[in-house]
Design a protein around this ligand. Structure first.
Ligand code: ZN
Length: 300
């Protein structure tokens, strides 16, 4: 059975008119139940992550500032959310969700988090709606506990996984691959182990062919024994931040390709959702739900 990390706290109350589509988390959960892709039994609610694990990749000063709500106001603006105890609690819970998913993926081949993919979180700072780097914390946990030897992060969110790139720049056991829009935020890109930049307007054919040309060869080269997949749907042409032109079907084919490859190579994969900012919530929710549908069909 597909195991999915989700908690009602994933949907945080934000000030009226805030630009982040927080409602999507609840809607994805409800849609998957409504259509019968999932039942309640598929979902589990994570507890907040232990600070010790967070400190594996984040600096003590930064973690302390988050927990005591004393983050520099400039950084708070860069993060983009009003900093509240609920927001911090939510971030700690989502991060544990990704860690829990690593254990479930080892059993079942795949496990998914209805949030996370907060790849703009650096060791010592947050930005772009990201505070803790859930994939970073979980990857570090797997390595520290000797559960895996080589991790490949497949970050297909339309924005570069800049925080993750820096977090593991000196850690060869975590290979960071980011395929993203060249002209998107962050304008100053970091260096991942492999960056593939796509021009503005990139549509299905170029998008998928680039992935087909890159990912299988990367698996051969890196020889990972564990995968993280950041499945952002801000690659959609409807996205107001993404600048690419990928259709909903193309996005679904992308997800299927990643899962088929993981499945064929017998590589456990944890999915964190990443971004999605289409003006119509249906576009976001449908594209994210496709990721869950494809995984569910292929694995179970
Ligand atoms: Zn994004």
């Amino acid at each position: 059975m597909l195991q999915i990390a989700y908690s009602p706290v994933y949907r945080l109350r934000l000030p009226e008119g805030h630009r982040f589509p927080m409602l999507k988390y609840e809607l994805i959960y409800e849609q998957l139940l409504y259509e019968g892709t999932c039942t309640e039994a598929n979902f589990f609610a994570p507890a907040p992550v232990d600070d010790r694990l967070v400190l594996g990749v984040h600096t003590p000063d930064y973690v302390h500032a988050l927990k005591t709500q004393t983050v520099d106001p400039k950084m708070v603006r860069r993060i983009g959310f009003p900093l509240t105890p609920e927001l911090i609690e939510r971030e700690w819970i989502i991060t544990q969700g990704t860690i829990d998913c690593t254990q479930k993926a080892k059993q079942d081949g795949v496990a998914m988090n209805v949030a996370g993919g907060t790849h703009h979180a650096y060791p010592d700072r947050g930005e772009g709606f990201c505070m803790l780097n859930d994939v970073g914390v979980a990857a570090h946990y797997l390595l520290e506990t000797g559960q895996v030897k080589q991790i490949l992060v497949i970050d297909l969110d339309v924005h570069q996984g800049n925080g993750t790139a820096v977090m593991f720049q000196h850690e060869p056991r975590v290979f960071t691959f980011s395929m993203h829009g060249r002209d998107n935020y962050p304008l100053k890109k970091e260096q991942s182990d492999l960056d593939v930049e796509l021009p503005t307007g990139t549509a299905d054919e170029l998008y998928l062919n680039t992935l087909y040309d890159t990912l299988p060869a990367l698996i051969t080269r890196v020889q990972p024994d564990f995968l993280f997949f950041v499945s952002g749907v801000d690659v959609l042409e409807s996205d107001r931040l993404g600048k690419l032109g990928v259709g909903r079907e193309g996005c679904k084919q992308r997800d299927r390709f990643v899962f088929e490859l993981a499945h064929r190579h017998n590589l456990p994969v944890v999915v964190s959702m990443g971004g999605g900012y289409s003006p119509r919530l249906t576009d976001i929710v449908e594209a994210h739900c496709n990721t869950f549908r494809v995984a569910s069909e292929l694995y179970f």
